[in-house]
Design a binder for this molecule. Structure first.
Ligand code: FSX
Ligand code: SF4
Ligand code: F3S
Length: 310
C-alpha cells in the first residue's frame, strides 16, 4: 500500500495527518527516543502499514478489556487496524457460528507461517483444558492448532502473558499464560489491560525488523524497562515523605504519594505514567488510585491485598 493511500484510509476513519504525528510523538517518547526521532517513527509506521500483515486474534479466558482498550481509543484503534489486517477476531467480526470457524481455518491455511497471532486471555490447562471452550473446542486445543502456524505471537494483557485474573488462586481450571501453557516464545505485553500504543509499537518494531530487547518475562524493554514509580508524577511527594494515608480524598487527588495506601508502583514495570490511557487522558495514579501492579507476573495473587503496603 502506498504512503498516500495509508493517509487517505486514516483520514476516512477521522485520523488527520496532525493526529497521526501526535501518536508518532507519543510512541517516540514511549520508546525512550528524543523528539527528533518522530519523523523516523512515522516512517516506520508507514513501512509497517505497507506490509500490513494478516493477524489472527484469539480470545481465551479474559474480560476483553484489552480489545476494548484500543477500540475506546478510536484514533489508535484506526492506526492499529490500518497497520495490520485482522483476518479473525471473535468480538469484531461479523461472522458467527460455523462461518466464524471457517474464517479461522481459512486464515491459518492461507497465511501459514506469515500471520501474526495476537492472543488475548489465559488458557485453561487442567483436565485437558475443559474449563475454557469456544465453539465446543478447548482454548488449549485451538491454541495448539493455531499458534505453531504463526510467524510471531504476541500475548496481550496480563491474562495471556501470565494467567492474570483467570489464574488467581485457587485457579481450578489451571489457567496459564500462553508461553507457560504451550512452551512457546510469545512476546508478552502485560497490563490489565495492555496499553494499545505498546501493541502498535511492538508491531511496528517487528515489521521493521528492529531488535526487540526483552526482559526475563518476555516483555519489550522499550515499554517495560522502567517502573511506574520511576516516572510517577507523585515521585517528588514520595521523596519528600508526603504520603497520603491520613489525608482526605481531595488531598489524595491533589498529588500526595499513595505508597501507604498500597501503591505497587515501585515494583511494577510499565510505561503507563508516560503513555496513559484513553488517548493520553489519565492513568490510575493520576486519578488518585494506587497502582495495583496489574502488569506483573503473578498479578493478582502477589499484589493482594491491594490497599496494604507490600
Ligand atoms: Fe486480562 Fe485482557 Fe485484564 Fe481484561 O484481554 S489483562 S482481564 S483487562 O481483557 O486479558
Ligand atoms: Fe511511587 Fe506510587 Fe508514590 Fe507514585 S504514588 S511515587 S508510584 S509509591
Ligand atoms: Fe496497571 Fe499500575 Fe499502570 S495498576 S495500569 S501498572 S499504574
Amino acid at each position: 500500500m502506498k504512503k498516500q493511500e495509508f493517509y487517505k484510509r486514516l483520514e476516512k476513519k477521522g485520523v488527520s495527518r496532525r493526529d497521526f504525528l501526535k501518536y508518532c510523538s507519543a510512541l517516540t517518547v514511549s520508546m525512550g527516543l528524543s523528539h527528533s526521532f518522530v519523523g523516523q517513527v512515522a516512517a516506520k509506521i508507514e513501512k509497517a502499514a505497507a506490509l500490513r500483515p494478516a493477524v489472527v486474534w484469539l480470545h481465551f479466558g479474559e474480560c476483553t478489556g484489552c480489545s476494548e482498550a484500543f477500540l475506546r481509543t478510536p484514533d489508535v484503534g484506526a492506526l492499529i487496524l490500518e497497520t495490520i489486517s485482522v483476518e479473525y477476531h471473535e468480538t469484531l467480526m461479523v461472522a458467527s457460528g460455523h462461518k466464524a470457524e471457517e474464517n479461522l481455518h481459512h486464515a491459518v491455511k492461507a497465511y501459514d507461517k506469515k500471520f501474526v497471532c495476537v492472543v488475548e486471555g489465559a488458557i485453561a490447562t487442567a483436565y485437558n483444558g475443559a474449563y475454557g471452550k469456544v465453539g465446543g473446542r478447548t482454548f488449549l486445543e485451538i491454541a495448539k492448532e493455531v499458534i505453531p502456524h504463526a510467524a510471531a505471537t504476541i500475548a496481550i494483557g496480563t491474562c495471556a502473558a501470565y494467567g492474570g485474573v483467570a489464574a488467581a488462586a485457587p485457579n481450578p481450571g489451571g489457567y496459564k499464560g500462553v508461553n507457560d501453557a504451550l512452551g512457546v516464545s510469545a512476546i508478552n505485553l502485560p497490563g490489565c489491560p495492555m496499553n494499545p500504543l505498546n501493541l502498535l509499537g511492538t508491531i511496528v518494531k517487528y515489521l521493521n525488523g528492529d531488535k526487540m530487547e526483552l526482559d526475563d518475562y518476555a516483555r519489550p524493554m522499550f515499554a517495560y524497562g522502567e517502573t511506574v514509580h520511576d516516572n510517577c508524577p507523585r515521585l517528588a511527594q514520595y521523596e519528600e515523605g508526603n504520603l497520603a494515608s491520613e489525608l482526605g480524598s481531595k488531598e489524595v487527588e491533589m498529588g500526595y504519594c499513595l505508597y501507604e495506601l498500597g501503591c505497587k508502583g515501585p515494583e511494577t514495570y510499565n510505561n503507563c505514567p508516560t503513555l496513559k490511557f484513553n488517548d493520553g487522558t489519565s492513568f490510575p495514579i493520576q486519578a488518585g488510585h494506587p497502582c495495583i501492579g496489574c502488569s506483573e507476573p503473578d498479578f493478582w495473587d502477589s499484589m493482594t491485598p491491594f490497599y496494604e503496603e507490600s
